[in-house]
Design a protein around this ligand. Structure first.
Ligand code: GLN
Length: 448
């Protein structure tokens, strides 16, 4: 009840939620209370904890729209694996959070259902695409939320709203029930106020799932916290390409201070180079749209959600449904992706992008021969003003320059707050080795 009343008082301004499932949540809470009163002591690790879920994650009986008109009215008949796991842990799903349409965007502004505002400055964007999941935690509407990260969509809004966000290793968390954007890059992950909260939610959602063929079938080791934080023996690399032109002075200063702090905790810090970084963004903006163009073909007005009225035949119905149902950024991605995959252009664009992806992976492999983790800014800037980049897709794409290489390589990475620049939050990104999510969380905890 207290969470619902907090949402009722701040969300009309923040706009973090597309749907608040108040009745559903209260019903769950009452059932948990009744079990407790009856003497039941067998509760899961998140019993009674309200969790908000990004609206591209299927929730049985609760509308799931991906913030798109084309899915308006779609009520999934099943739960995503992560939602099933949340329910089994005793968590209470409080509602569905706003996002960039189909998770395509970096500001939260491409939602068909209105913008989300940054709680630190309501004239600014909260980042995206998991805009609502980040803002809901930052505005203290919920203690925990789930987002998805294809190219930065958890870490980037976490950084811009001053909360913690983890993108797990690709394959640790099941994608079953996550509406696919770019299947080889998408991963669900947690938001919270601190590293410990994020670790607890990660433990609940990660693990084997036969319904997702890309799931690694691995259970992460338990994340243990406690004692004096120490980073003795930890080798950290600082890739110089992440501090290039375009990074704001305030962001650079906070990240450099954080690196000093990591050294004071006992870590050894050394500069390194990931030379293919400069090509990662271009490769991503071929690969992600290519995969999206295939994944989004299922939205045709027949199977899900919205259907345009009054068409005289099937093809016209498809065309009008998509014309009316998809927003401009989604259409742009489908067209770029279809183009990059079409015969004659496949070798020049898609194949080339995959080759660049391999180079990015090799860069990281080389670095992890010498280092346990890498340290970078999460975003080169602080939160920008609403509308500032909306008409300039290229400058919007540049906002993900520090987060995208990590998805291309399938690595885990976390963003933790590292202070403020001009009153706005700055995020520190820590990148770990494959399936070293537990060590990464422990490292982030020591820093925090
Ligand atoms: N901003 C990036 C994009 O628009 C990443 C989005 C994401 O991680 N879902 O593709």
């Amino acid at each position: 009840e207290s969470v619902l009343s907090r949402i009722a008082s701040v969300d009309p301004v923040v706009g973090a939620f597309i749907k608040v499932a108040a009745e559903h949540a209260l019903d769950r809470a009452r059932k948990l209370d009744a079990r407790r009163k009856a003497g039941d002591r067998e509760f899961g690790p998140l019993a009674g904890v309200p969790v908000a879920v990004k609206d591209n994650i299927c929730t049985c009986g609760i509308e799931t729209t991906c913030a798109s008109r084309i899915l308006k009215g779609y009520v999934p008949p099943y739960d995503a694996t992560v939602v099933e796991r949340l329910r089994a842990s005793g968590a209470i799903i409080i509602g569905k959070t706003n996002m960039d349409e189909f998770a395509m965007g970096s500001s939260g502004e491409t939602s068909a259902f209105g913008v989300t505002r940054n709680p630190w400055d309501l004239e600014r964007i909260p980042g995206g695409s998991s805009s609502g999941s980040a803002a809901a935690v930052a505005a203290e509407e919920v203690p925990l939320s789930l987002g998805s990260d294809t190219g930065g969509s958890i870490r980037q809004p976490a950084a811009l709203t001053g909360v913690v966000g983890l993108k797990p290793t690709y394959g640790y968390v099941s994608r079953y029930g996550l509406v696919a954007f770019a299947s080889s890059l998408d991963q669900i992950g947690p938001f919270g106020h601190d590293v410990e909260d994020v670790a607890r939610l990660f433990e609940v959602i990660a693990g084997p799932d036969r319904r997702d063929a890309t799931n690694a079938g691995r259970t992460p080791p338990e994340v243990k916290f406690g004692g004096e934080p120490s980073l003795k023996g930890v080798r950290l690399g600082v890739p110089r390409e992440y501090f290039g032109s375009g990074i704001e002075a305030g962001v650079r200063a906070r990240v450099e201070e954080a690196i000093k702090q990591l050294e004071e905790l006992g870590a050894s810090v050394e500069e390194c180079s990931l030379p293919s970084t400069e090509h990662a963004l271009s490769a991503y903006y071929i690969i992600a749209p290519a995969e999206a163009s295939a994944n989004l073909a299922r939205f045709d007005g027949v199977r899900y959600g919205y259907r345009a009225a009054g068409a005289s035949g099937l093809l016209e119905m498809y065309g009008r449904t998509r014309a009316e149902g998809f927003g401009p950024e989604v259409k742009r991605r489908i067209m770029i992706g279809t183009y990059a995959l079409s015969s004659g252009y496949y070798d020049a664009y898609y194949k080339k992008a995959q080759q660049v992806r391999t180079l990015v992976i090799r860069d990281f492999e080389r670095a992890f021969g010498r280092f346990d983790a890498l340290v970078t800014p999460t975003v080169p800037t602080t939160a920008w003003r609403l509308g500032e980049k909306l008409d300039d897709p290229l400058s919007m794409y540049l906002a993900d320059i520090c987060t995208i290489p990590v998805n291309l390589a399938g690595l885990p990475a976390i963003s933790v707050p590292c202070g403020f620049a001009d009153g706005l939050p700055v995020g520190l990104q820590l990148i770990g080795q494959h399936f070293a999510d537990t060590q990464l969380l422990q490292l982030a905890w020591a820093y925090q």
